[in-house]
Design a protein around this ligand. Structure first.
Ligand code: MG
Length: 181
């Protein structure tokens, strides 16, 4: 399988995991949760079609390990950037810069990175300010649903995870078209 030009960064809470179903231990660590319908399948397809996948997430490392192992999704993730380890949360640039370093990316690669997330203030604004392509998953009723700042406006909006793979494939095709000019 040839690896893809497009690199996928993704949020987790209310992008992959349904936050309303999370269970916690006494320390506030997530012990389990259900996935948004279709989201696990999307991570599997991202991996199997050869798109590098970096989870750029706010929370505790143990929480993500618990839920991703529960659903067998950890094997699809190429790198994790977790706020507990980085010391700041999205939209802090350091979260995205850490993801770039983890994948050996430079400024020249910004045009081939897409960030998927549910949170306009964290994921979409964070990605837009970094010059990445932003995809807003407008599935959860939680958090923001109005574009309070110009840089909260996503490049693309999808309502369910099922819409994500066709979009990624189209982006990859466009990148390859530009590359071959
Ligand atoms: Mg989220």
């Amino acid at each position: 399988m040839t690896s893809k030009r497009l690199i996928v960064f993704s949020d987790s809470g209310d992008t992959v995991v349904d936050e309303s179903t999370q269970t916690f231990d006494e320390r506030g660590i997530v012990t389990g949760a259900r996935l948004i319908p279709g989201a696990g399948e999307v991570l599997r397809q991202i991996h199997e079609e050869g798109f590098p996948l970096v989870m750029v997430v706010d929370g505790e490392t143990q929480s993500f390990q618990n839920v991703y192992r529960q659903h067998g999704l950890d094997r699809y993730v190429d790198a994790w950037v977790i706020s507990e380890e980085v010391g700041q949360q999205k939209p802090a640039p350091v979260m995205f810069e850490t993801a770039f370093r983890a994948m050996g990316l430079t400024d020249a690669d910004r045009g081939r990175v897409v960030m998927i997330g549910n949170n306009l203030k964290k994921d979409i604004a964070g990605a837009n300010r970094q010059g990445l392509t932003s995809v807003w998953l407008d599935w959860s009723p939680r958090y923001f649903h109005t574009f309070e700042e110009p840089d909260w406006i996503p490049d693309y909006t999808v309502k369910t995870p099922w819409e994500i793979m066709p979009l990624l494939r189209a982006m990859e095709e466009k990148l390859n078209g530009e590359h071959n000019l």
